[in-house]
Design a protein around this ligand. Structure first.
Ligand code: HEC
Ligand code: HEC
Length: 297
């Protein structure tokens, strides 16, 4: 390839443009300068950025950043927004601080305003474990039925939320299903017999005079109740229905009996306000009421 040779500037006959005079092996270059408007647009954006650097937060300085002369702060703007929202809701939200659940639940207009907010709190904080509609899943109890480990009235639910279950809170509710197999508390054949008894209990066919009923009375009833109906305030579930936290197949029950169970429900005292906990307690108490929110009347 030869270097461009200098030629006379002339006019291209097809386009009417002048050429630059360069000639590359017979190919000539039209002299079409960069459009002015683009240059101006670029100049303006440069000028704008220079102004923005001075007026707006722009430059990172290690741990800090330049604030800009206008002093804008998106964090503050967001915080003010929350503040305004909180003020707009203050008239009714503060009512939930009282924890007088009967009075709160009786105020239907209040409940109609508060329960959608409680539903959002539930979606944000609880649904990950208990499911979007509170129906739970393997390892996480159903909150939308009438079976309770500790109790489903709003006072009890509020306390469960405050301290958690087997949580790191100093006042945590504590519960444990012992590992009868692993810890050698019952021999294999008795574990199998008592598992069958649990299956029979849940299908309403348990024989109270069978040897497995005796095994149950001796080893299980102190926590699950003589009839397996729970409710003793030790966090042990009802065994006489077909609702299971860890599964109701014979294998699931054998696993529960061999290895024990100790579910953990986090404590919410330091993550949610007392007001929010009370709102959620009413919401959860209402979940069991045919899906309606409100407290048992
Ligand atoms: C990290 C998972 C997790 C999250 C998040 C969670 N829970 Fe729980 N929750 C559990 C587990 C597990 C249990 C059962 C503990 C056990 O087996 O003893 C439980 C138990 C409960 C109970 C006791 C039910 C009863 O029968 O007495 C209530 C009420 C409850 N959760 C409500 C909530 C609410 C409301 C939230 C949201 C603020 C929430 N939970 C968030 C895991 C969670
Ligand atoms: C010290 C009290 C205690 C004793 C004794 C006890 N349990 Fe439990 N059991 C619990 C607790 C608490 C849970 C719930 C554990 C959890 O949710 O993490 C539980 C859970 C279970 C479950 C799982 C239920 C489900 O919904 O998945 C079964 C089944 C069960 N126990 C059967 C028995 C049988 C059978 C015995 C006697 C051999 C027995 N338990 C003895 C406290 C006890």
């Amino acid at each position: 390839m030869s270097r461009p040779t200098r030629h006379e500037v002339d006019t291209d006959p097809v386009t009417g443009y002048e050429t630059t005079g360069h000639n590359w092996n017979g190919i000539r270059e039209l002299n079409t300068p960069f459009p002015r408007i683009v240059i101006w647009a670029l100049a303006l954006t440069f000028a704008y950025s220079a102004v923005a650097w001075v007026l707006l937060p722009a430059w990172p300085l290690g741990r800090d950043y330049t604030r800009g002369l206008l002093g804008l702060d998106q964090g503050e703007i967001a915080a003010e927004g929350y503040q305004r929202l909180a003020e707009a809701r203050a008239d009714w939200v503060t009512l939930f601080a009282s924890g007088d659940f009967t009075a709160l639940a009786a105020d239907k207009t209040l409940m109609a305003r508060a329960m959608p907010a409680a539903a959002r709190l539930f979606a944000d904080n609880c649904a990950a474990c208990h499911g979007a509609t509170g129906t739970g899943g393997p390892g996480f109890p159903n909150l939308a039925d009438q079976d309770w480990l500790w109790g489903g009235d709003p006072e009890t639910v509020a306390e469960t939320l405050r301290v958690g279950i087997n949580s790191a809170h100093l006042e945590t509710r504590f519960s444990q299903m012992p590992a009868f197999g692993r810890d050698g508390m019952l021999p294999r054949n008795e574990i199998a017999a008592v598992a069958d008894h649990v299956l029979a209990l849940s299908s309403g066919k348990a024989d109270p005079n069978s040897p497995s009923a005796t095994l149950f009375a001796e080893n299980c009833s102190s926590c699950h109740g003589e009839a397996g109906t729970g409710g003793l305030g030790v966090g042990a579930p009802v065994l006489v229905d077909d609702q299971w936290i860890y599964g109701g197949s014979r294998d699931d029950i054998l696993t529960t009996l061999r290895q024990g169970r100790q579910g953990v429900m986090p404590a919410w005292e330091n993550r949610l306000s007392a007001t929010e906990i009370n709102m959620l307690a009413l919401y959860v108490a209402g979940l069991g009421q045919d899906g309606e929110t409100g407290v048992r009347q």
